[in-house]
Design a protein around this ligand. Structure first.
Ligand SMILES: [Zn+2]
Ligand SMILES: [Zn+2]
Length: 173
């Protein structure tokens, strides 16, 4: 589907907001229509090269929005559900098994330096575009997340206020 995303190119260039293509959610994934996204220090640290993540990439990791589509096998949420997006985790390492998802052995690969298994969900003009930042890349009108990094919230709560719970507030706490 066609979406708009803010692409980070590097320290000197401003975010470029352009049409991109986003693929459909796969097994265990969801498509979220992003209503709000916080801007965290980590987004800017990556953009300015303080964290060596490969560019160009769509950043954004405090996304909040509404489920638009679910991938095969997803039963925990359905279209219309309001969700916050947070960091990803593997769910299988010793720390994840203990419920300490923030200490996932694969945290850096899943959230910062890796890519979506099987290829990026994002492309532009037929070329693959870096995404999957914190398993979401929410500086966009739509994002692919996984059932592991979304939290359902009541539909009458203000998504723009809740969005920073996805990283900044819980990290500070
Ligand atoms: Zn893990
Ligand atoms: Zn953050």
């Amino acid at each position: 589907m066609k979406i708009l995303a803010a692409i980070a190119h590097g320290p000197r260039d401003p975010f470029e907001i352009v049409p991109c293509e986003l693929s459909a959610p796969r097994a265990g994934e969801v498509l979220v229509r992003v209503h709000a996204c916080g801007i965290c220090h980590t987004d800017l640290a990556v953009k300015y090269g303080h964290i060596p993540v490969q560019m160009p990439k769509v950043l954004g990791h405090e996304g909040a929005g509404v489920i638009e589509q679910v991938g095969p096998g997803v039963t925990s949420v359905r279209p219309g559900d309001h969700v916050l997006m947070s960091f990803g985790s593997c769910g299988e390492c010793a720390n994840c098994s203990d419920g300490a998802f923030g200490y996932c052995d694969h945290f850096r690969a899943i959230n910062l330096f890796g890519s979506r298994p099987g290829g990026s969900a994002l492309s532009r003009g037929g070329s693959e575009l870096g995404g999957h930042f914190f398993a979401q890349s929410a500086f966009a009108t739509h994002a692919i997340a996984t059932t592991r990094n979304i939290v359902k919230v009541d539909a009458d709560l203000p998504l723009d206020l809740l969005a920073p719970l996805g990283c900044g507030i819980q990290t500070g706490m």
